[in-house]
Design a binder for this molecule. Structure first.
Ligand SMILES: NC(=O)c1ccc[n+]([C@@H]2O[C@H](COP(=O)([O-])OP(=O)(O)OC[C@H]3O[C@@H](n4cnc5c(N)ncnc54)[C@H](OP(=O)(O)O)[C@@H]3O)[C@@H](O)[C@H]2O)c1
Length: 267
């Protein structure tokens, strides 16, 4: 029974204050998981934890932390390891993108994006994997993106950061084969969450008909993790897009993506 891997186990969810992270918390609590919720917005995390504990009878802890800040992820990992609970599952979900020309992004924002999307995810994996290896169970659900399969002009740092997440996850999945520890990358296409406001982009009108909800995306991601799929792309349109990026010439894919991204910015 798929629920058995979550019931009564502790799950750390980063970026749990909105979007996919909030849906991961809702769906995993409904499956009986105890929650460690982290993000910067403490009040939202506390309200969510209290609501889900009352509704599903699960335990929760709230660890507000900025893991896009230098040293933030190491501090969070140490705090998690100091808790009196064994963390069996980690949903490395916190992340952001910024739309627009790279020349306007600025070095500080680019570095912050890489710290959150790549460094924090890697540090949390490095710190929390060893106890899972010893127990021979648990795993990481790494939130990547279809943007990780192709160059993404006007969002180049974001796409490159997610390519890192995909490559890192597939590499580790191979290293961990047969150990009992899962390693799964969830690669969604565009979904309406807080992401678009932070990125300053809109979902292109041509994509709106095929856009999945956050709830559906997360449900599929959890099932793929349970099924031990290393890379999961929710939705037929996103899957076909991923295949096209794999087989078409890179320059052509970059040109098409550039045209689409240019029209998604709000200015
Ligand atoms: N929505 C999409 O179209 C889409 C598609 C593919 C992949 N993704 C990926 O999905 C993941 C979740 O994004 P979302 O769509 O759910 O967006 P979202 O609603 O903006 O959620 C992002 C979460 O990350 C947290 N976060 C941001 N900066 C942080 C920091 N410095 N330290 C700690 N937590 C931080 C935010 O909480 P606080 O602000 O409270 O810190 C929030 O909980 C991201 O990795 C994103 O790249 C999104």
């Amino acid at each position: 029974m798929s629920d058995d891997i979550f019931r009564g186990r502790w799950v750390l969810i980063t970026g749990a204050s909105s979007g996919f992270g909030e849906d991961f918390a809702r769906q995993l609590a409904a499956r009986g998981a105890h929650l460690i919720l982290t993000a910067r917005s403490e009040a939202k995390l506390r309200a969510l934890g209290e609501e889900l504990s009352a509704k599903h009878g699960v335990l929760h802890r709230v660890l507000p932390r900025d893991i896009g800040a230098s040293g933030g992820a190491i501090a969070l990992a140490d705090e998690v390891l100091a808790l009196d609970v064994a963390v069996d599952h980690v949903v490395n979900n916190a992340g952001f993108g910024v739309g627009g020309p790279f020349v306007e992004l600025g070095a500080a924002r680019a570095a912050e994006m890489l710290r959150l999307n790549c460094e924090a995810l890697t540090v949390l994996t490095a710190k929390l994997l060893p106890p899972m290896r010893e127990r021979g169970r648990g795993g990481f659900l790494q939130v990547a993106s279809v943007a990780g399969f192709q160059p993404t002009p006007y969002m180049s740092v974001y796409g490159a950061s997610k390519a890192y997440v995909v490559s890192f996850t597939v590499g580790l999945a191979e290293e961990l084969r047969g150990t009992g520890v899962r390693m799964s990358a969830l690669c969604p296409g565009p979904v309406a969450t807080g992401f678009q406001a932070v990125a300053g982009i809109e979902i292109a009108p041509s994509q709106r008909a095929s856009v999945l909800s956050s709830e559906e995306t997360v449900r599929g991601g959890i099932q793929a993790y349970v099924d031990n799929k290393t890379v999961y792309v929710p939705g037929v349109v996103n899957t076909l897009g991923g295949l096209a990026a794999k087989f078409l010439p890179r320059a052509l894919v970059a040109r098409a993506a550039g045209q689409m991204m240019k029209n998604r910015g709000r200015g």
